[in-house]
Ligand binder design. Sequence first.
Ligand SMILES: [Ca+2]
Ligand SMILES: [Ca+2]
Ligand SMILES: [Ca+2]
Length: 490
Amino acid sequence: MTRVFCMLLVLCVLLSSCTGAAPFQNEELLRPPRLTEEQREIENALIASVNSENLTFKYPKSGEHRSAFIFQDIDGDSQDEALVFYMTNASDSTFLSVLDRMPDGKWYSPYAIGGPEGNVEFVEFAPMTDPSRYDILVGWSDVSGQQKRLAIYSYLNGRLENRLKDGPQSYETYLAADLDGDQLSELALISIDRDDRSHWLHLFAYNGFTVDVYANDVALSDYMMGCAGIISGRISQTDPRIGIFIDEILEDTLVTEVFVCERPSGEDNRRSAGKFLRNIIWEDMSDLSEDSPADGAGSMEDDSGEINAFTLYELTRRSGNTDICRDLNGDGIIEIPTGRLMPGYEDYDAADQIYLTQYKHLQNNALGNVYSAAINWNSGYQVEFPPSWVDHVTVVNQPENNEWRFIEYNSQLQNNPLEDWSSELMRIRVVSHKDYQDRSIENYTVLAVRGAFTYYAYIPETASGSLSITMEQLKDKMFSLTERKGVFET
Ligand SMILES: [Ca+2]
Ligand SMILES: [Ca+2]
Ligand SMILES: [Ca+2]
């Protein structure tokens, strides 16, 4: 199995595990054993409207809404409607039915619409056409799961109306978010060209009548094999623009591209009616080579003094065993993770190398560091590195006792510096309650307990010097638990 395939598999597992999906998708098995009174009323209203008792419910495979009955206020009257996907034995189509309530509270089914494909990937709600109510986004897929099409519906005047101008659109990944602050969500889609396997980013938005193409389509990286993540958010503290951050899988690495949607400016513009997607991780750098800023700020000159147009993009290239873009601290600004090889690992096989993960912001055409951490994905914890540790402290993995040892790195040593414990600063060991616990653990301090695992730390008495830390610093500031997703490597 190739590593990338493993990664994709892992992402699938991760996505499903986050939301507690059942390990199998058999529709009958997933059917809730007992309906609530309200659900029974809804089911009866549906049966009455389709005039059939042979209903098979369909469940969205992923996303937040996975039950047979999905409740959401989709007309802005402060009362939830219900959405149900079903098939009957009278047709091969899968239908989406909306159920609403009469003034007396009785449920009825005003409308059902057939889907372009038979299976339901996801349902999401976003204000695409009116800030006062949610539209319905549905990912439909064929039996193979290969052909996926996204549709947008509005519940208007008792009907479900298709809102995309050219009907449901092929997609692999999507993002609905307000990119320009007008209270309406735009829709970003990533699609694959089946002929040459190229990946494309499309942007759609409401134009007052229908949801239509909003900006030019842009090609994503050549050789992109899949999308590990797509998220939108502020670019930096000083830049108010909202970026679309796309984590791309290239072979066994991840890279990030960042796009902003801009209004054309200047006179030479035949696209003045539309907006365009600017790839700020590439284009801004390319621009520098043409008209270098007067103060030279942000220019990324290499040793020969030449400006490397692809530096920022290349700087985001990292091992597939790293993180994806996210808002780590909830301040609305997206952090881009990058990998920095720990000292001493230059000549190691890729599988044995250990990286420091550095989360960065785009700042004036450069990547500014926000946060550095040694992240143990297998064990689900991280240790923040203070700036003084970066490039001076390294991590040695001791798989036999599930321990990471943090040592001050001294490249001048005659023997392998990664085996020199004299400069050890601390250890972190993760112990399952099922494991044999040797007596050395008695000197360790418990940092955290999660499920069957206890996270221990040990600081040698010999640890001294400017890089040494106390147990309090480690416990209170540097150590934290993370998601476990080390399955990337297995
Ligand atoms: Ca409502
Ligand atoms: Ca918007
Ligand atoms: Ca942030």
